[in-house]
Each structure stands twice: as structure tokens, then as C-alpha cells.
Design a protein around this ligand. Structure first.
Ligand code: DGY
Length: 430
């Protein structure tokens, strides 16, 4: 594996997608600053340009709302190639305009890593810490019901895993009356077979319209919004982020008591996500109490959050061994699995990188290395398509490690890797 070449390519893509102070996930399909994409880009930048890494997260957190929310899209410059744009979101006078929902809070965890890579950035980290704390408070109050539940999402886009089968049960109840006509732009950039279907898009727009209609009033959205589901992904990411925020705060001399309390209540809410009949952590519709009955890669983030549940670990290895490369976003054994469609099967380097952090953080270094190597292999397996390397791969790939023999694995089923770079999606070896 030519890790060096891959590393060079990953850096080139980061530079190429740099719009000056912020990075777009990809040309065309995603032309603005997306919250968690941006933090992964910063993590990548930290390996070769610390100043640029800090700037990325500073730009993101500068658009924080007064209530603490950090929006999922920052519309820095108008771009007709994306729908829904700032006029559709209608979040009021903001500079730059933003969307009205959030996205997975990986920032505290990765900012801690950026500071490790650049201890000279201590003052910049100290300036960001209160913003991170306010954002975590927003999750605690508005998405965890003040500590009574795991973290919920009010729109599938808030989870970052847009069309994952996790959301099917909650999406069923979303009425599309009054959505009207609109023109999708995403399917002009990539093969529609790989993107969410029209019936899902109509519901995305309907949920957005509800938020806009109530002026993005969180109490309204939680009490009466068309979609509210607990999300194992956000829950595990937030739990881990609380702990990283605590460590970061201690290092920076901040008062961390409030964050400690949020971490404790969130951890005690985790069992609410356990679906006995699935034998796994599962998303749940908060309106009906119904579980999604779906094993997604987000459930495998338990270890990343420090929850070492042997049953989950067995499910992880089974789902992984059922495909050729990396962890699929949905269970290959499930009828919901779709090897080509976005979050319904394709593996995502960004989630793999967090799962790998969970594996290595709990001493499973050989398995973590297998995951890193397989993720890299999908990107370099076909050098002619080097441009498909996701920006998200930058950090995973930029630290060459000694070659470790790859454990044998059955190659039962192909899986697609979706890369949010150059709008490209690729098929891995079946
Ligand atoms: C999209 O438009 O596909 C995005 O994932 C929404 O965040």
C-alpha cells in the first residue's frame, strides 16, 4: 500500500477544497461548510498546517446561534448548485446564513486531538472551549430532554446519516402535504441510484418546513415536530465529546462540573437504546416508542464512547466480516441493506475513523489497524481514481503505521464506499 502517495493526495484535496477559512466537503455536491465534515477537515489539516486547522474550527464555531446551537451548514457564498439553500431554511438575518439544525458534535474530541498535535494552539483552544460547552449544553437541553433521554435528532440530516434505515420508522409518519414542487440539485451531481429517494426528500423538506414555520423554536420542534428519534450515533459521539470536553477543560483551567453532570446523565440514558429483540443499540421513534430494528454502523460507536458491551462487539465483527472492506453503514444481513445507496450500506471513512478510535482506545490496536488499512485500501485500490479519496480520509491516512498483516476475511458481498469528495461514489471489489 502506497500510504505516502495517498497522504499526498489527501492533502492536495484538502487544499483544493479550501475556500479560505473553511473547507467544502466536495466540489459541486456539497459547496458550503458542513459542520462535522469541517471538523474532520480540520483534523486532517492539523497533520500539516496547524494554523489552518484552528482557523477551520474557529470559522465553524463563530456561526454559533445565541442558544448555543452550531448549525449543520454555513452558507458562506451563494451557490445555486445546492438545494435547499439559505432562502429555503429561512433562519433569519445571519452572516453567513445558516441551516436550522445541527450535526454530530465531533468537535470537542477532534479539537482535543488538534491541540495534542499543536500545543502552541493552547490560547486558541481556550477561546473555543466556552463555545463548545454552550453547544454541549444545547444538546443536553434540547436534544437529550435535559438528561432524561439519549440524544435525539429532529431531522435525519441532523444525524449526519441522512437516509440510514434507522430513520425509516420515524419518516413513515411525516406528512408531505403542502411540500409542493422543488428541484433537487444533488442528483445532477451524482448517480440518483446512490442518493436518497424522492419520497425521502419530500419528507426532508416537510420537516424543514415545520422548523421554518415555527421560527426554529426548539420547544415547538421537540413537542410537535414531525420527526423525533433517538440516535445511537449522536448519543455515542456526544458522550465521548463530553468526556473530551472535560479533559480539555481541565487542561485549560476551566470549570468542568456542569459538563461532568451531562456526561453522567447521558451515560445512564444509554440502556434506553438497547433493543433486546435486535440484540443491539438501536434508534427509536420518540413519538411512538417503536425501535427502528436496524443495526447501523452508529451502534458500533459504543466503544468510542467508552461503553464496552460484548454483545455489540460481536455484532460489529459479524457485520464487518460480511463485506469486503470496512464497516458497512447498514447491516449486510438485513433486507434494508442497499450496497449503493448512501447511508443504507456503503461504508463511510468518517465513521470508520471514529470506530477505529474506539477500538484502539480500548487496546484493540490490531483490529483498529485492520480497519485503517482496509479504509485506505478502498481509496488506493484503483489508483486511476485517486481523486475519489474523501477529505475525511485525510487524517486516517496521514499517519503511516507499520504494515500489519491483514487478517483473512471472507469476501462474501461487495459494498460501496461513498466518498464526499468530488461528488464521487465508488464500488469496492465485490
Ligand atoms: C445533503 O444535502 O445531502 C446533506 O447531507 C444534508 O446535510
Amino acid at each position: 500500500m502506497d500510504v505516502q502517495a495517498l497522504d499526498t493526495e489527501a492533502r492536495r484535496i484538502l487544499r483544493d477544497n479550501d475556500r479560505g477559512g473553511y473547507t467544502v466537503p466536495t466540489h459541486g455536491l456539497y459547496p458550503y461548510q458542513w459542520n462535522w465534515d469541517s471538523v474532520f477537515a480540520a483534523w486532517g489539516f492539523a497533520t500539516f498546517d496547524a494554523d489552518r486547522a484552528w482557523q477551520e474550527v474557529e470559522t465553524l464555531l463563530a456561526s454559533q446561534w445565541d442558544d448555543g446551537m452550531v448549525p449543520h451548514i454555513l452558507f458562506h457564498k451563494p451557490d445555486p448548485g445546492y438545494f435547499p439553500g439559505p432562502d429555503v431554511w429561512g433562519t433569519g438575518e445571519r452572516h453567513p446564513p445558516t441551516s436550522g439544525i445541527s450535526q454530530p458534535p465531533v468537535a470537542a474530541t477532534l479539537i482535543r486531538r488538534i491541540l495534542d498535535a499543536d500545543p502552541a494552539g493552547r490560547d486558541r483552544a481556550a477561546a473555543l472551549w466556552p463555545r463548545l460547552r454552550d453547544w454541549h449544553r444545547w444538546w443536553h437541553l434540547h436534544r437529550c430532554h435535559g438528561g432524561a433521554t439519549p440524544a435525539c435528532v429532529t431531522h435525519p440530516w441532523e444525524s449526519g446519516r441522512d437516509n440510514c434505515p434507522d430513520w425509516d420508522v420515524g419518516m413513515q409518519g411525516v406528512s408531505t402535504d403542502g411540500v409542493g414542487d422543488y428541484t433537487r440539485r444533488d442528483t445532477g451531481h451524482v448517480d440518483p441510484q446512490m442518493r436518497p429517494k424522492k419520497e425521502e426528500y419530500d419528507r426532508y423538506v416537510a420537516i424543514l418546513n415545520f422548523g421554518k414555520g415555527c421560527g426554529w423554536d426548539q420547544e415547538q420542534i421537540i413537542a410537535n415536530g414531525p420527526f423525533l428519534m433517538t440516535d445511537p450515533g449522536i448519543t455515542f459521539i456526544l458522550l465521548r465529546a463530553h468526556h473530551d470536553l472535560i479533559e480539555l477543560g481541565r487542561e485549560l483551567g476551566q470549570d468542568v462540573q456542569e459538563v461532568e453532570a451531562w456526561a453522567t446523565t447521558l451515560e445512564s440514558a444509554v440502556p434506553q437504546m438497547w433493543n433486546d429483540s435486535l440484540g443491539a443499540y438501536d434508534a427509536r421513534d420518540m413519538r411512538s416508542g417503536t425501535f427502528a430494528n436496524n443495526l447501523s454502523s452508529a451502534a458500533f460507536l459504543a466503544l468510542y464512547a467508552g461503553i464496552d458491551n460484548p454483545a455489540m462487539n460481536d455484532r460489529l465483527m459479524a457485520a464487518w466480516d460480511a463485506v469486503t472492506y470496512g464497516i458497512p453503514s447498514a447491516d449486510p444481513a438485513s433486507p434494508n441493506f442497499d450496497a449503493r445507496r448512501y447511508w443504507r450500506g456503503p461504508m463511510w471513512p468518517v465513521v470508520n475513523s471514529l470506530i477505529a478510535m474506539g477500538l484502539s482506545g480500548t487496546g484493540r490496536t490490531e483490529v483498529a489497524e485492520r480497519l485503517r488499512a482496509e479504509t485506505a485500501e478502498t481509496a488506493i485500490g484503483r489508483p486511476a481514481r485517486a481523486a475519489i479519496i474523501s477529505d475525511w480520509l485525510a487524517r486516517i491516512l496521514s499517519t503511516p503505521t507499520p504494515t500489519v498483516p491483514r487478517p483473512a476475511m471472507p469476501r462474501r458481498r461487495g459494498v460501496v464506499m461513498a466518498a464526499r469528495s468530488s461528488g464521487a461514489l465508488r464500488m469496492a471489489v465485490p
